[in-house]
Design a protein around this ligand. Structure first.
Ligand SMILES: *Cc1c(COP(=O)(O)O)cnc(C)c1O
Length: 431
């Protein structure tokens, strides 16, 4: 039976998993495991599908890739070459965006709990700033008057695949309420800011358009009040990121044509009703562009049976991929070296960390697994490597880019030496 999760850029070639025309076995042999394998073709495809669906309905659409999902420079360059701008959340991401060749005016910075040092860096680089609090804006104004200013609004209505990924609600730390926004825009206008945007980002892993429509309604209502009271014309209205992807075989992908049409129709109707002119519509997708473009290859170190459970121990743990441990997320797993083997056993797939929570999949139906087998964990392109750590003093994994049968290392595997990089032994402990 064909496996519905094995679809482009994944292929079953005589029982072996291929990614964009490259054998998973060969990649594991050449670069070692755990290994993140990223498909350039798939990222481009995702971008074009999304961009086409939205621009078909409104020609002033700008897509800003949300860098925190995957900050590998090659990934940033791929999206830049597609015409994306970039959405950043730290000085580090602004730095990486500049390294990848984005121009300051293509970079949007949305911080929260922003330090003075970070603010100085952001202002010095001249990127577009989306403020998250009144205090941040006051601090900014003392240093300089930005040419463009955007404010993140808490629409008090959010959504997401997990409580931790909902980023707008009455009790959320993100954004400001309408009254505070009014104060910020008033101060900005008086100070001489010339261009304005308004922003929301309501959560992550959202499969339906309705939460976006509901939050957009609130955002545009706020924009309309500000427009009326202060006479501010918005150059852009940023609806944030958060579009989800399917992780389980029974989930269906977002019908992006329909999603875009419904959201943009609503947007157009409201900006017309409120007399907001023809602002640019900005989007900040992270997960949607990169999640499905990557598999994590991991080798089986151990198979163990207890009176209660069967365990498959692999070389990737929550140091490599934290989503299952952190959010209880599901990632589909295939036996990359024997794709046609029938499902036979129920396993917990666990990592090498000394932590009970180091579980990548629980009670998962898999073929009979042997030590030395190669597993592929699918859809790990978003919040995979980016959230990895050296916990348990395990050097981080490597990343490889594949495209049309070619492969190239795009991040070296860390070594044991990387575990002491930057460390200094206190002078009184030396000798
Ligand atoms: C994380 C984040 C995004 C992207 O979220 P996805 O769910 O990956 O699309 C967009 N905007 C902001 C401000 C974010 O913090």
């Amino acid at each position: 039976m064909p496996n519905s999760m094995i679809k482009k850029p994944l292929e079953n070639v005589n029982g072996v998993l291929y990614i964009a025309g490259v054998s998973a076995l060969k990649l594991a042999e050449e670069y070692g495991t755990p290994l993140y394998v990223i498909s350039e073709n798939k990222i481009r495809e995702n971008y074009r599908r999304l961009a086409t669906a939205f621009t078909r309905n409104y020609d002033k659409v700008r897509i800003l890739y949300s860098a925190k999902a995957n900050t590998n420079l090659s990934v940033l360059k791929i999206l830049k070459s597609e015409g994306a701008g970039i959405d950043t959340v730290s000085a580090g991401e602004v730095f990486l965006a500049l390294e990848a060749g984005f121009k300051p005016n293509q970079i949007l910075y949305t911080g929260t709990s922003v330090s003075d040092e970070e603010l100085d860096y952001i202002l010095e680089k001249g990127v577009v700033i989306n403020v998250d609090s009144l205090s941040q804006f006051r601090k900014m104004l003392k240093k300089t008057v930005p040419q463009t200013l955007s404010v993140r609004i808490n629409t008090e209505f959010g959504a997401g695949h997990h409580e931790y990924t909902v980023t707008a609600s009455k009790t959320s730390k993100f954004g400001v309420d309408g009254k505070t926004a009014m104060e910020i825009y008033r101060m900005a206008k008086n100070a001489g800011v010339e261009k304005f945007g308004i922003h929301m980002h309501i959560g992550s892993g959202i499969m339906q358009v309705d939460p976006f429509i509901k939050a957009t309604e609130k955002l545009l209502e706020t924009a309309s009040i500000i427009h009326k009271q202060l006479g501010i014309a918005f150059n852009f209205i940023d609806l944030g990121g958060g579009i989800g992807v399917p992780y389980k075989p029974e989930e269906t992908e977002v019908d992006i044509e329909n999603f875009a049409k419904r959201l943009v129709d609503f947007f157009k109707e409201k900006i017309e009703e409120y007399g907001l002119g023809q602002p640019e519509l900005w989007l900040e997708p992270g997960r949607y562009l990169v999640a499905e473009a990557c598999v994590l290859l991991t080798k089986v170190n151990m198979v163990k049976e207890t009176p209660y459970k069967k365990f498959v121990g692999v070389d990737a743990g929550f140091n490599t991929l934290i989503r299952p441990a952190m959010y209880g997320s599901y990632h589909y797993i295939v036996l990359a070296n024997r794709l046609d083997a029938p499902l036979a056993e129920n396993y917990d797939v666990v990592g090498p960390l000394c932590e009970s929570g180091d579980v990548l999949a629980r009670d998962r139906q898999l073929p009979k697994i042997s030590e030395g087998d190669l597993l592929a964990i699918l859809n790990t392109g978003a919040y995979g490597y980016a959230m990895s750590s050296q916990y348990n003093s395990r050097p981080r994994a490597a990343e490889v880019l594949v495209r049309d049968g070619c492969r190239e290392l795009i991040r070296e595997r860390e070594t044991l030496q990387d575990l002491v990089r930057g460390q200094k032994i206190a002078s009184w402990l030396k000798g």
